[in-house]
Design a protein around this ligand. Structure first.
Ligand SMILES: [Zn+2]
Length: 569
């Protein structure tokens, strides 16, 4: 053999060896990357508990089992001091913030309701006449709508078209080339639609029929499994039944205060246990189910049916399921967050979650599931209750806001300068102001100053002054809530424990920038996540970027939050 040949053989073996070594290196490196970023997670399960104020899990912990909330607290990272940073802490605002990782100024969901300046009337956040509701039944009794914002919807059609920022779930769709299955489901339409994003499918509960429904934005016809689920008419089983306490009353922290005069009786539902649902055909029957743990129980059953029939989490392409439980919020609105009803629904939800986690473990495997739990806002106690405890609290009649703003308008020679007030925004008649040839910002500022002087109002902020005003930290939260065409001219902030509405069909409201409304839990649990309690101040805008980072993806397009380092391995 000539030297040249030996050299050639040596070189080719060397090249071969190099290729093998490289392959091993690249291979192992690839598997490390995979382990960090994705395929082991087959399902992202994002749970939102509507209206679960940040302190309630602590308050009711003694009544929890070990497999629900406690499972998350034991296995996960619990952020005890998560605060929303936008001013109008309402359902669509919170859900969209969780989903997109950005603020209402960017995602455009500035409130459950805003004034449509062009049409001259109020609009409901996700209403869309071009995406009609897909009917589930030929005939149904039209239920009485008690949700004060949903009631204002001009159409039953729903879609995410007005949401101006992509969600984490949209990012997942893009990353996996449309192969991830994405669903958002909830008792409430707005919660399901916000979480599903533009690319997912949404289903929500109808208080007209007790069915889970969707719109033509998502489907042309119901998938068979949904029709079959609705066909069981599970909700009807509760006709003539009552919501009763599941455990002995002595085991509840709030067992001694069931009967409080300022709770609202839903036409026969009563203020004390047991609460009768009424009969089928009663216009409030499905609404009463909605205002009870049955709401969450039906959603739990629907979500299991979905996971099974859509085969979620069965392969290496991760799927996404957002479940938003609405009952805690619904009950809070009628009975308050310091009611026995509130304690009972959170205790029942704890059992629902234990059931859900067992089911997910069997079907997908908890070792393949990233669980994220948070809430869309907190909740205020009713002013009457706070007054009883010694707080300075009260209700502010919204008509008074209109009257005092119009009085200022008069001083400038404008008759009825207010076009509309819907908390928290005051909309002025821009045309009338333009006609008198005075500086609009100056007039807005004069009205804002007059409103700020009223008892029960902390601050009224003119939108035109937001860019230049500094100092008061509340201004930042108003700015983050400000969308140029949807927000009103003036943002009105009540004092702590004050409400900007009179007692009506509901007793209690959230929506302020105060801590009882901004404080929510954030918990992450899943493979590789080490148990930890974090007391650092964090924000719900951090949630979507954190999930994205955990999955090795780019944050949602408009995200402004930061990935939470404790969650990332
Ligand atoms: Zn809500």
């Amino acid at each position: 053999m000539r030297v040249k040949e030996i050299k050639a053989i040596f070189m080719s073996s060397f090249t071969y060896l190099l290729i093998v070594v490289l392959a091993i290196f690249v291979g192992s490196n690839a598997s490390i990357v995979n382990a960090q970023t994705g395929p082991e997670i087959r399902l992202v399960l994002q749970i939102t508990v509507d209206g679960l104020r940040g302190d309630l899990l602590n308050r009711y912990q003694a009544g929890f089992g070990k497999d629900g909330f406690r499972y998350l607290m034991k296995k996960g990272i619990v952020y005890t001091n998560a605060q929303y940073q936008h001013a109008n802490t309402e359902t669509i605002v919170g859900h969209t913030t969780l989903a997109t990782g950005t603020f209402p100024s960017q995602h455009g969901m500035i409130g459950n309701v805003w004034f449509d300046r062009e049409a001259g009337e109020l609009s409901y956040n996700i209403e869309d006449a071009d995406a009609p509701l897909l009917p589930t039944r030929e005939e149904s009794v039209k239920g009485e709508q008690l949700d004060p914002s949903q009631k204002l919807s001009r159409t039953q059609g729903r879609s995410p078209r007005v949401i101006l920022a992509p969600t984490f779930s949209d990012g997942l769709a893009a990353y996996y080339g449309g192969r991830s299955k994405i669903f958002g489901i909830s008792g409430k339409d707005r919660s399901a639609v916000a979480m599903a994003g533009q690319t997912g499918k949404a289903f929500w509960f109808s208080t007209d029929t007790g069915d889970y429904v969707t719109s033509t934005y998502y489907y042309d016809a119901y998938p068979k499994w949904v029709s079959d689920w609705n066909g069981q008419r599970l909700a009807e089983n509760y006709a003539g039944k009552k919501w009763e306490l599941a455990d002995d009353i002595s085991t509840y922290l709030l067992g001694g205060q069931d009967d409080r005069p300022y709770e609202v009786d839903l036409k026969g539902y009563g203020r004390v246990f047991p609460h009768p649902f009424g009969e089928l055909g009663d216009k409030l029957f499905y609404t009463r189910l909605f205002v009870s743990p049955v709401n969450n129980r039906l959603l739990l059953d629907f979500s299991k049916t979905l996971v099974k029939n859509e085969n979620l989490g069965q392969d290496a392409i991760p799927d996404y399921l957002a479940i938003s439980f609405s009952a805690v919020d619904a009950i809070n609105h009628f009975f308050g967050p310091s009611s026995l009803e509130n304690e009972e629904v959170v205790r029942q939800l704890d059992r629902n979650l234990a059931d859900l986690f067992r089911f997910i473990d069997k079907t997908v495997g908890l070792k393949h599931t990233l669980i994220v739990l948070s809430a869309d806002h907190g909740m205020a106690d009713m002013p009457e209750y706070m007054t009883e405890l010694g707080f300075a609290a009260g209700r502010f009649d919204p008509d008074d806001i209109v009257v005092s703003a119009n009085k200022v308008g008069k001083q400038f020679g404008i008759d009825e300068v207010v076009r509309f007030f819907f908390r928290p925004y005051l909309y002025l008649d821009d045309e009338k102001i333009a006609a008198i040839n005075l500086d609009q910002a100056m007039i807005e500022q004069a009205i804002a100053s007059a409103l700020t002087d009223a008892k029960g109002i902390t601050l009224a902020v003119a939108g035109s002054s937001l860019a230049t005003q500094k100092g008061n930290p509340l201004l930042k939260s108003v700015r983050r809530n400000n969308h140029v065409s949807r927000s009103g001219n003036i943002y009105v902030i009540q004092e702590p424990y004050w409400f900007l509405f009179e007692k009506g069909p509901i007793a209690v409201m959230h929506g302020s920038p105060w801590r009882y409304d901004t404080h929510v839990p954030i918990i992450f649990a899943g493979p590789g996540i080490k148990t930890q309690t974090v007391h650092r101040l964090v924000h719900p805008v951090d949630v979507a970027p954190t999930i994205a980072a955990f999955m090795g993806m780019t944050p949602p397009a408009a995200a402004q939050g930061k990935a939470l380092q404790e969650v990332l391995r």
